[in-house]
Design a protein around this ligand. Structure first.
Ligand code: GSH
Length: 257
């Protein structure tokens, strides 16, 4: 059995779950305590972040590495074209998506880190963090703020980058003949580029079935809601929400175990 070590709220972990789900590979999504997770990632993948995949005796860190590993080892339902032009377009889009994810996280946390619902998801519904929720919540909150440098100045800069990256990705989409309502980023097929971009942009949209759905009792912060509505009026927003509806067939609960 494969194990994906994850944080439920992480959109990079959503990218890895989507890869495994697309390939229809069985796995368990296992939640790890933030902080001590680095003992595992450093030991097995020489890095600091999740997702981390264990496939039999092989450990793979980094969402992009996971994509190339899975496509290399499991030929069914390929995600990365062998055509050199398409392949380099996919690699370039994944790079842009990774940067987008970095800035989306910082900008959104500025508004969401103090919303109790965010912490509810981070501590989960069972396990160590849940049991010691009262004690752990301020520690996790401070850790997240320090780690991702969540402050108004940095978040404003991140928002500028988000705007630029979305413009760039949308331009690729349009150049590939898509108006947002149909089609994909590279060629005619759904590919790794679509997973990378859609997963890493997903928190902006609060799509049903993802960790970023805003429950009825939570009023979404106004800047986030305004931006979501502006994006939904554009090809980029229509593309992300449509691809989620048509191609995100989750086989494992994002809440993990
Ligand atoms: N480049 C990495 C980024 C993953 C990443 O940033 N993961 C975050 C969660 S969203 C993380 O594990 N942070 C914990 C840490 O940095 O210690 C990937 O694509 O997998």
């Amino acid at each position: 059995m494969r194990t994906l070590f994850q944080f439920p709220l992480s959109h990079y972990c959503e990218k890895a779950r989507w890869l495994l789900d697309h390939k229809e590979l069985d796995y368990v999504a296992k939640n790890i305590i933030p902080g001590p997770h680095r003992l595992l990632t450093r030991w097995h993948a020489s890095n600091d972040t999740l997702p981390l995949l264990k496939d039999k005796k092989t450990w793979i860190g980094e969402s992009t590495e996971i994509a190339f590993y899975l496509d290399g080892v499991y030929a069914e339902k390929p995600l990365i074209s062998n055509d050199p032009k398409q392949r380099s377009a996919i690699v370039a889009l994944d790079k842009q998506a990774n940067e987008l994810g970095y800035h989306v996280r910082r900008w959104m946390y500025l508004y969401l880190i103090d919303v109790p619902h965010t912490m509810d998801i981070m501590v989960g519904e069972r396990g160590f963090l849940h049991t010691f929720k009262g004690l752990m919540t301020p520690i996790i909150k401070k850790g997240v703020k320090d780690l991702y440098k969540i402050n108004p100045e940095k978040a404003a800069k991140s928002k500028e980058r988000i705007d630029v990256l979305i413009d760039e990705i949308e331009a690729v989409l349009l150049a590939n003949g898509s108006d947002g309502k149909h089609g994909y980023l590279v060629g005619k097929q759904f590919s790794f580029a679509d997973i990378a971009v859609c997963a890493l942009a997903a928190p902006l949209f609060g799509i049903e079935g993802t960790p970023w759905v805003v429950p009825n009792h939570v009023v979404p912060p106004e800047p986030l809601e305004q931006y979501k509505q502006a994006l939904l009026a554009r090809p980029f927003g229509q593309y992300v929400t449509r691809v989620y509806a048509s191609d995100r067939k989750a086989r494992v609960d994002w809440r993990g175990q």
